[in-house]
Design a protein. Sequence first.
Length: 185
Amino acid sequence: MDETARKILHIVFGIGIAALVFCCGRDISLLILSVVLLTGLILSDAISRGHHIPLVSGIVAEVERPDVVPGKGALLFFVSSLVCLVLFPQPVVIPAILALAISDGISTIAGLRYGRTRIRNGKSIEGAFSGFAATGIVLLAVLPPVSAMLAAAVASVVEIISPVDDNLTVPVAVAIILTLLPTAP
């Protein structure tokens, strides 16, 4: 699977997690995401050890980059979603998850297609700006304009500078900023 298709899947996956939190609330989402994370860790370990798991092994082989822990991105997305659900109020968690889904996905897609000015770790100004703009627009559906743009900016900056996988850092950073705002959701 090419990187564009992977990032489209990343966007859909993130929107799905945010929708789960929106529709089911904090407690049920914690339960579901915890069970899925535990199951994912077990399956990832089994695949890493060379076991073939019908359907799952094929999907992972198609979606995951070579020489990466099977399902790493999805597992880290679940971890950061769970951390946010435990530490922050639900109205902050939903935009934090959406920020990762949109910013990371659109930044990469736009950067691959239009990126000319590289800034760090192969990322481009064009990709970062596209991710910021798309994230800001999407977050306007759930946040006031200033909060949406600030959250989008934080997501874009953290994605560029984070020494740790952005699937872990972006949602937490966005949730912290939104919680600290005087007009927190």
